[in-house]
Write a protein that binds this ligand. Structure first.
Ligand code: ZN
Length: 429
């Protein structure tokens, strides 16, 4: 990993000092922020200092005050920029490179080896980090087995630059309910997920995924979306209540959280009955389901951008779903549903900036400061990482980004992140 000059110089002087002292001298950096948006939803503050020691933030406050506490410490001057916490995308597929059509998806599973797909994922991880996304919750590998665990490890060790990863490995669906499908029965084609039927297979499957490194258990709860006579977006549910409860109970018993792909009313209803921690997509959310989410403390990851991105190419009901979700999003903002930023990157090409989702959220009724909160502290909370991520505050990892323009005036400013720090190391300058 490339070290910025200031850190390199600091390391050398710290080494010289270390010869005279018993305890190693921490690597310290001061960041001067023209404006700071700390990720908690608090109003921006001007001329702030952020003191970073050994990769974590140890002090935040008025520049004069913080800089006086750290005399002689090398400064990164971002006084012409707005500094924010590193962005979190809580729904990605780093091993997928866009699947507008079924053919796009099948080609990747049939014609690309897992090593080749992993090489492409390394490029995707670098792109995400350069765009300011310092953390991803990657919600399944789409047939690439446990390669997300390897990517997470390589990024964490700095072998290649990439975000912090929370991974779901293979995800689950039931026999006949997930691609690849439609091939001759004489052929054995790969599955995009781990197929399990019945509570005991589910229990074993969850244990296996956790054994190989899953941080999250992801379940495809529904499919076959349609508009019912009641005007609601409905769906077919893939598992029985008993099966769904087994996923959640076993995940929780092993200290993991469970994410439900649930788009239609029926799928969301079933996922909430089972106690899933997050509803993914959730286009068909209605006020009664939102009330249940609030009561249960469940998060919604709306992934608006991908829906709009694939709607035209997929046709059918997909364009209608975009309209239905827009209404649901406005209602959820008003009600105060916990909305964690998630884009389904990988469902669209990684060459598209993941920050494009933010403009949709603003257009659908969320204030820019709340959009930033969704992509920082709310997403960190979803991950159970509030102590480490999602805010510019003492104790958190020094994952920071900076933009030239004011993101509160124009949220698309976050599509032009100019500077990125991850764990105290400058990754983009
Ligand atoms: Zn997805």
């Amino acid at each position: 990993m490339r070290m910025p000059f200031v850190l390199l110089a600091l390391t050398l002087s710290a080494g010289a000092l270390g010869a005279q002292q018993a305890a190693p001298v921490p690597v310290r950096t001061l960041v001067r922020a023209g404006k700071l948006i700390d990720g908690t939803g608090a109003a921006p503050r001007s001329d702030q200092g952020v003191l970073v020691e050994d990769g974590r933030i140890t002090a935040v406050g008025a520049w004069a005050e913080v800089s006086a506490r750290a005399p002689g410490v090398a400064t990164i001057d971002l006084s012409g920029m707005t500094v924010l916490p590193g962005l979190i995308d809580a729904h990605t597929h780093i091993l997928l490179q866009g699947d507008i059509t079924a053919a796009d998806y099948d080609d990747q599973l049939l014609k690309e080896s897992i090593p080749y797909r992993t090489i492409r994922a390394v490029a995707a991880g670098r792109t995400a980090l350069m765009n300011g996304f310092t953390t991803l919750r990657d919600l399944e590998t789409e047939g690439a087995m446990f390669a997300d665990v390897d990517l997470k490890r390589a990024f964490a060790l700095g072998i290649v630059p990439g975000p912090r990863m929370f991974v779901a490995t293979r995800a689950f669906s039931a026999t006949g309910m997930y691609p690849l499908s439609g091939y001759s029965w004489e052929l054995k084609v790969p599955d995009g997920v781990q197929i399990v039927d019945g509570p005991e297979e589910i229990r074993k499957g969850v244990r296996e995924q956790v054994k190989y490194g899953a941080d999250w258990i992801k379940v495809y709860v529904d499919r076959r979306y349609y508009i019912g006579d009641d005007g609601r977006l409905h769906s077919w549910v893939n598992f029985t209540d008993e099966e769904l409860k087994m996923f959640v109970d076993e995940a929780h018993r092993l200290g993991k959280r469970a994410a439900a792909h649930a788009i239609g009313y029926d799928g969301i209803d079933a996922a909430l009955r089972a106690g899933f921690n997050s509803i993914e997509h959730g286009d068909g959310l209605t006020p009664d389901l939102m009330d249940r989410m609030i009561k249960q403390g469940a998060y919604w990851c709306p992934t608006i951008f991908v829906g709009a991105y694939v709607a035209e190419g997929r046709g059918g009901i997909w364009p209608r779903m975009v309209d239905i979700e827009r209404v649901a999003f406005g209602q959820a903002v008003t009600k105060g549903v916990k909305i964690a930023y998630g884009t389904d990157a990988g469902g669209y090409a990684w060459t598209e900036n993941q920050a494009q989702e933010m403009a949709y959220m603003v257009r659908y009724g969320m204030a820019p400061l709340q959009v930033i909160r969704s992509a920082t502290s709310v997403a960190a909370d979803l991950l159970g990482q509030s102590a480490n991520l999602g805010a510019v505050a003492p104790g958190r990892w020094a994952d920071l980004v900076a933009v030239k323009e004011d993101p509160l005036a124009d949220i698309t400013a976050l599509q032009r992140v100019g500077w990125v720090m991850k764990g105290g190391t400058v990754m983009k300058n």
